[in-house]
Design a protein around this ligand. Structure first.
Ligand SMILES: [Zn+2]
Length: 137
């Protein structure tokens, strides 16, 4: 069943599937509520409605979880931002994770070697592909 859908672009699938899933979910809930309401008058029809309702809810939640899993896989991982701090006196360099309020030429923490105030010299986003081409060059 799923094989024919695989050829369709993922973004298209997800919006279409989500629409169908929510429609199925709404109809299933309506069937459940209606089934419960007529349970005393028409037991046979009520059970059929309840069965369809449960089946619909189960199917749509299953599909929803599957699409969500697929979407989370596609999520782009944002590379971390790093801050380079340098000591002007002894040229000691320290690279750490970017912290809120960091800006270039801001006075950072004290130097580990000479206790002098260090300066932030660079803030950049680490992109792994760029590093690869750099080393290949
Ligand atoms: Zn230093």
């Amino acid at each position: 069943m799923g094989e024919t859908q695989a050829s369709v672009p993922t973004t298209r699938i997800s919006t279409f599937v989500l629409a169908v899933v929510f429609l199925t979910l709404a109809i299933s809930f309506a069937a459940l509520i209606f089934g419960i309401n007529i349970l005393e008058q028409n037991t046979e029809a009520a059970w059929i409605l309840l069965m369809f309702g449960f089946f619909g809810v189960a199917i749509s939640t299953y599909v929803l979880f599957q699409t969500r899993r697929r979407l989370s896989k596609l999520k782009i991982v944002v590379p971390p931002v790093t801050t380079t701090i340098e000591c002007k006196k002894c040229n000691f360099k320290n690279v750490r994770e970017f912290q809120r309020g960091d800006y270039i030429f801001k006075e950072g923490e004290t130097c580990q070697k000479c206790n002098e105030k260090m300066l932030i010299t660079a803030i950049y986003r680490e992109v792994k592909e760029k590093e690869k081409t750099k080393t290949a060059f």
